[in-house]
Design a protein around this ligand. Structure first.
Ligand code: NAD
Ligand code: UGA
Length: 317
């Protein structure tokens, strides 16, 4: 089962699992019949015999029947995004990231599912001195979102340590994932869209923030390894190994598009950290995983996908 299957990472993961021969049930509360983003994300899965989609909210739906014979749950459903979590939507973050996760863990425990992979976040580390974060570092979440992701991963691990729980948990701390179908609120999507369309880009701060950008196919490969390797458990960083600043991303977008993005600088946003960087040792050791796609090739693929989408949209309009 893949939760959050109508989302960015979940739809890529479900597709890769089906292509590898798995039978997948995807669950998401966004209905592809009425939600254009969900429909677009799920279009690669439409009609594939190994895929069944269920529109349901994990806060209220009956989860057990979806788990009959499941050998892994990939729990990607959640409310993402650092900056909006300070606002009135915080209740939704708590509901989907913490309360729904508690329901999912109760269900996998009852149904005897052997493995659950939870989507945690690099944001749990909070501010760093610029060095690489190791899974044993003390988390210092700097935003309400990051607090819910830390609660989510620790909740999953707490369930799994109960004597009667048959489920081993791997919580993956993804570092800023980008690539085709990335959420439109994220920076890489916005920079590439600005480069393609000529519309201005809003830059929060001076652009010296650095991220360990992770290409979607690499994130998916790590996630599948976490769900299928018999010995994996605990918390694991998934960082793309491409440390780049926002100014680097703008420069790459400019050179891919052959035009200069117009940048409008604004104040830095609350809860944003200056640098994220993953220590990759545990992912390599436990998952046998290392990233394959650097930021230049990843952004090229991301831009090609955005250009193809806008051409298809132009044809449809
Ligand atoms: P996304 O918003 O594209 O996908 C999340 C999906 O979860 C959405 O389709 C949403 O409808 C669904 N969902 C939310 N609450 C639900 C509920 N109660 N019941 C059923 N479905 C529900 O986000 P994404 O970027 O694909 O992120 C997926 C996960 O990975 C999230 O948990 C996010 O916190 C985590 N994460 C993402 C990144 C990143 O860079 N994208 C980095 C770190 C962690
Ligand atoms: C991303 C995801 O959005 C989170 O869901 C995820 O948990 C997190 O990665 C993670 O790695 O754990 P973030 O790193 O903030 O969070 O990624 P973006 O939303 O792409 O923002 C990156 C930087 O660009 C931030 O400094 C942000 O302030 C800046 N930004 C973003 C802008 O300057 N302008 C924009 O229009 C958008």
């Amino acid at each position: 089962m893949v939760t959050g299957a109508a989302g960015f990472i979940g739809s890529h993961l479900a597709h890769a699992l089906v292509q590898a021969g798995a039978v997948v049930i995807g669950v998401d509360r966004r209905d592809p019949a009425t939600d254009r983003t969900a429909a677009a994300n799920l279009s690669v899965l439409r009609g594939l015999p190994g895929y069944m989609h269920v529109t349901a909210d994990l806060l209220s739906c009956a989860i057990d029947p979806l788990l009959v014979d499941a050998n892994a749950v990939f729990h990607l459903a959640g409310i993402p995004g650092v900056r909006p979590s300070w606002g009135p939507r915080f209740g939704e973050y708590v509901a989907s990231n913490v309360l729904a996760t508690h329901r999912v863990m109760d269900a996998v425990t009852r149904m005897g599912v052997p493995r659950l992979v939870a989507a945690s976040s690099s944001s749990v580390y909070g501010p760093t001195d610029g060095g690489a974060s190791v899974e044993t570092d003390r988390p210092q979440p700097a935003s309400p979102y990051a607090v819910t992701k830390l609660a989510e991963e620790q909740l999953c691990l707490a369930h799994s340590t109960q004597a009667h729980c048959p489920t081993s948990v791997v919580a993956l701390r993804y570092f800023t994932v980008y690539g085709p179908r990335q959420r439109p609120d994220m920076f890489t999507h916005r920079a590439l869209t600005a480069a393609l369309t000529g519309q201005p880009l809003r830059l929060y701060g001076d652009g010296h923030q650095r991220r360990d950008f992770t290409y979607i196919d690499d994130a998916v490969a790590a996630t599948i390894a976490a769900g299928t390797l018999p010995t994996a458990s605990g918390v694991i960083n998934v960082g793309g190994g491409s440390s780049a600043s926002l100014l680097d991303v703008i420069n790459i977008a400019n050179s891919l598009a052959g035009r200069e993005i117009q940048v409008h600088q604004e104040n830095p946003r609350s809860g944003d950290v200056l640098t994220t960087r993953a220590n990759p040792g545990r992912a390599h050791e436990v998952l046998g995983w290392q990233p394959q796609v650097d930021i230049h090739n990843g952004m090229r693929a991301h831009m090609q996908a955005l250009a193809a989408e806008s051409a298809a949209y132009g044809r449809a309009a």
